[in-house]
Design a protein around this ligand. Sequence first.
Ligand code: S3P
Length: 431
Amino acid sequence: MLTLNQHGPLRGELTVPGDKSISHRAVMFGSLAKGTTKVRDILDSADVGATLDCFGRLGVSIERTWEKPQDVIIHGAGMRGLYPSAGRVVLYTQNSGTTTRILSGILAPQPFTSFLTGDESVNRRPMKRVIDPLTKMGASIVSMNQDGCAPLRIDGRALHGIDWKSAVASAQVKSAVLCAGLYADAATSFTEPALSRDHTERMLRAFGADVKNDGLTASVRPANELYSPSEIKVPGDISSAAYFIAAALLVPGSDIVLHNVGINPTRDGIIRAARAMGGNIEILNETDTAEPYADLHITASSLHGTVIEKDMIPTLIDELPVIAVMACAASSETVIRDAAELKVKESDRIAAMTENLRAMGADITPAEDGFIIRGGKALHGCAVKSFKDHRIAMSMAVASLLADGETTLVDENCVAISYPSFFDDLSRLQV
Ligand code: S3P
């Protein structure tokens, strides 16, 4: 249990750890490529550790470098070089939905049998959304408890190209289908109702794959090999930066700079939402790389309410819990809708944030697909829970900075899923 207290301004500079989504993909595609890939500034966290462990068990050799623990060198096995030592493999994906879903697409065409299982949270998350398109491609994937969730048994099969229309906007599902499509007998396309993060498309192109984006459709042509671009630089994770963006906007007198934050337009919704609420964020030193990044200068601001909906949702889906905290401090009402996906993340994030913020005194009404928050009510410190969900833990740490009295947070260690040094970095900015 951690005790947190209301605190004065945040000041100074910080480089947040590497982007989780990009780190997973760098390990996956580096493993499947021919050649050696140096991944610079990879996220050193439990979730990415799960992906590294899985590819180790699939026979890929991965080294940590002497220079920095955040750099790894992957000796790619080639698209057809994954080789589980026992002829079949059991992979434990821990808490990582991204690992579980994208790996399903990579394993479906391999010439061996795999079993994929995760922790209690992963084994509750919907997998039908990947099982259905992959089965249509010819894969053999079985939910072993017949509940549409992991554990999954995957028996490798030859795959066919398909044109899939997904009911959900999901980069994990899109990535699973595109990865499977690399091994198919014809082109594969994936169309989603709103554009989800496009890291897979960008990175597969860097590995030489024929991948295109056309509006809401991503497509891939079969490949014989992926070729390593030698080096991949992982920008800072905007989802991790979001907690400091929110804290600096909300705590009077704050003034911080966050360095090298990824600002991919399919991920930058937090910046747009914060600005729409009156938040003062300057984007400095923007780079024009495959995955753009920049420094963000944030100063304390008076926020008002806004509406967050439709196409904007996938660009800030993981930031909605901390945006709910920002909404509590805003001067008017904030409506968040079209975000039913929040219910099937590491926890039910609508229920978790409603319970915690209500306990602190916020005026929040949950809905099936979001929340309505009437801002301006003072928050009080109390006992809150992380629900073993890293994003809930970090969002409640931000709420505690505004609440009078003491806030206690249980199961705070789950921040290690995406940001092991979160509490240390927060203290470093507290002057
Ligand atoms: C991710 C995609 C999102 C996001 C998750 C990471 C990814 O999930 O919430 O934290 O790396 O592809 P969905 O694809 O389910 O929307």
